[in-house]
Design a protein around this ligand. Structure first.
Ligand SMILES: *Cc1c(COP(=O)(O)O)cnc(C)c1O
Ligand SMILES: [Zn+2]
Length: 407
């Protein structure tokens, strides 16, 4: 079979040829990309991977792009999987790892989906990139548009941090700040995609864009020496990241790179914007929020677009979820920074705070391998961090003596 990838309805299973298409003709279910795994399995072996560089695109055979010449790459690489020994000790976990995506080129994990969405958009012949964003996606989309030499319009939720706007503006896109929450900006981006013929990363090229997220689990397995973890904690906005991490583990299993062990999935959302975690706890359906209130703004969405898929995975794997308060999120940021030397934004603080709550509830055995996904950099949201304390002195060593308690 020659095709490298096709689209598949996530509800009824009907298959379609690759196209710019997001919903099923039969049942209106969301379409997902499926890469031809039989083909990938023949070309991509562990020894082939061992010879490749640490570029994101080392998994080319498992990504939905036909021609490497269309790749738009700003230098996205494999990120560190850090053994979190000091944090683990505090939480009673002997095998805790932090997957640190705060180090990617635009400082969040969004560079993974966007390098795929942007490359696919080039392959489809688009000449304008766009997105609807809580901040991180806009920065990444704008950076990739710059690299491709294309125009870029980004829609952002009116409530996002000033420091995030500044980090987007540097790449030179037109920033359209939409009054209201993310969900409203997203609706407008949907209309724009049709009306102006733009490639909107998380709208009309979404099935391709999402595929980039599964590389997080590919890397995790390779870094754990070809093993899956026992449990993962994932920050959730739309639920796409959680779904794709699961899909990545499934695909690695299918091509024979890892075994059949099941991974338990735990979701982290900020209290005040936690429709998915609420449903996990209640056992019922997802009830959307009309307003969202949390400092974890990059994952603050009222209605999670991939929520049903995400909740299905959490239930099936017997995982769970937690929704820490703003205070707990800030404590999560401090805890990670002061035990592991990793400064994350509130979304990452939410992951660590949820991990802490779950560990305290006994969700994990002490020796299980647990991976916490830290998805964004703290320097992007300095205004979310409470005013820093410092000691002011005159330039005299005696004043330093007083601070360190020496004379
Ligand atoms: C976008 C984002 C997420 C997760 O988003 P989903 O919509 O659930 O895929 C997590 N963390 C950060 C920092 C993000 O920007
Ligand atoms: Zn269908």
């Amino acid at each position: 079979m020659a095709v490298k990838q096709f689209l598949k309805c996530s509800v009824c299973g009907k298959e379609f040829e690759e196209a710019v298409k997001t919903v099923c003709d039969e049942c209106f279910g969301p379409l997902k990309v499926q890469v031809n795994l039989e083909q990938a399995k023949e070309k991509l072996t562990k020894s082939v991977l061992a010879q490749r560089t640490q570029s994101f695109w080392r998994y080319f055979e498992l990504l939905p792009l036909n021609d490497k010449k269309n790749i738009v790459d700003i230098g996205t690489t494999v990120t560190p999987l850090v053994k979190a020994e000091r944090l683990g000790k505090i939480l009673g976990l002997n095998n805790l790892y932090v997957k640190n995506d705060a180090v990617l080129p635009t400082y969040s994990f969004k560079d993974r989906p966007v390098t795929v969405g942007a490359s696919k958009a080039v392959e489809f012949g688009y000449s304008v990139f766009s997105c609807a964003s809580t901040g991180n996606l806009a920065a990444s989309t704008a950076a990739h548009a710059a690299k491709a030499g294309l125009q870029c319009y980004v829609f952002v939720a009116g409530n996002i941090e000033e420091s995030k706007i500044a980090s987007i503006a540097g790449y030179g896109p037109t920033i359209i700040s939409v009054e209201g929450i993310y969900d409203v900006a997203n609706r407008l981006a949907n209309e724009a995609a049709d009306k102006y013929g733009w490639a909107v990363m998380n709208v009309n090229v979404r099935p391709y864009y999402q595929e980039g997220e599964k590389t997080l689990s590919f890397e995790t397995c390779e870094q754990l020496e070809w093993k899956k973890p026992d449990a993962v904690v994932v920050p959730v906005g739309s639920g796409s990241l959680l779904y794709e991490i699961w899909k990545g583990f499934e695909e690695f299993e299918e091509i024979g790179f890892v075994g059949k062990e099941k991974v338990r999935f735990y979701a982290a959302q900020g209290k005040g914007a936690s429709p998915l975690v609420d449903a996990v706890k209640s056992g019922g359906a997802i009830k959307p929020y009309k307003e969202v209130h949390t400092i974890a703004k990059s994952i603050a969405m009222g209605a999670p677009g991939d929520g049903d898929a995400a909740i299905g995975i959490i239930r099936e794997t017997k995982g769970g979820g937690e929704s820490p308060s703003d205070e707990e999120i800030l404590e999560g940021i401090r805890l990670l920074a002061q035990t592991e030397g990793i400064l994350t934004e509130p979304a990452g603080g939410t992951t660590i705070a949820a991990l802490k709550k779950l560990a305290e509830q006994g969700a994990f055995d002490a020796n299980e391998t647990v991976v916490a996904y830290v998805t964004g950099n703290g320097l992007k949201t300095v205004d979310a961090i409470p005013k820093a304390k410092r000691v002011n002195i005159k330039p005299r060593i005696e004043e330093v003596d007083a601070i360190v308690g020496k004379r």
